[in-house]
Design a protein around this ligand. Sequence first.
Ligand SMILES: [Zn+2]
Length: 306
Amino acid sequence: MKKIALLMLIILSIFLVACENITIEEEKKEETSQMQVKKEFSKEGALSVHFIDVGQGDSTLVITPDHETMLIDAGNNGVGKEIESYLKGHGINKIDVLVGTHPDADHIGGIDYIIYNFEIGSFYMPKKSHTTETFKDVLIAAKKKGLKIKEAKYGVNFNLGKSVVCEILNPMRSYGEDNNLWSIVIKATYKNKSFLFTGDAEFENEKDMISSGINLESDVLKLGHHGSSSSTSENFLKAVHPDVAILSCKYKNKYGHPHKETLNLLKEYNIPLYRTDEQGSIVFYSNGDEIWSEKKPGTYDYYGEK
Ligand SMILES: [Zn+2]
């Protein structure tokens, strides 16, 4: 009996030692692969695109590898200070290109504050005026700063730093009274990767851009109008063919953004969705060949009433 017990003990010990070895081996392997990923996708010298959480609204910051900056929109009235802290936290005192996509308050509300508190290079807006105090405040701030407003429209292109090419794709024509339709759409390309920033562009704009035949293909798509069902048509999504989509809105906002139709479409096409209402500010990095984020995608869950 004693012999059997001893034999059993020896077998058990061998088994345990073997198990431990396997675990150690596996841990080692995992450690190496994580380090390789870190080394390969270094943030150093990468382009970064920041979708700043401004509640219900938009504000997107682009920092090029040579430290030039573009700020597209500045959220609602009252969030200018928050955006200022975000930018200054990233060592930014100058905005090389400032863009107010269209005159709605959830996009240009904080722009006057930004103009007063930063050195601004160029300032782009569409040729659409508005009667609100918010809009007037932006005009006054620009005037006081001696900042000329450049008209943004299809065909106007500019470089951001040495390596990022920005093309304005909308407005393509005159769109009447609806502010959203005047939204500046920018395609920013860094080497082999592109980001498409759509403001609050709607179906009508998407149709115009598709029928113009311009190359809309982009790796990251900032969904139009906070994921509303009046933007992101199936045809537009096919034309852009993004790897990743992102939207900016407040959690459980009164507009029901993002709408079910948009969420379902993205789910159907298996496009990972990032969203500031679930994840706060989201940053994408690119070395020109890869795009990555330190955050995992959000859900396709719907929180609104509509
Ligand atoms: Zn909006």
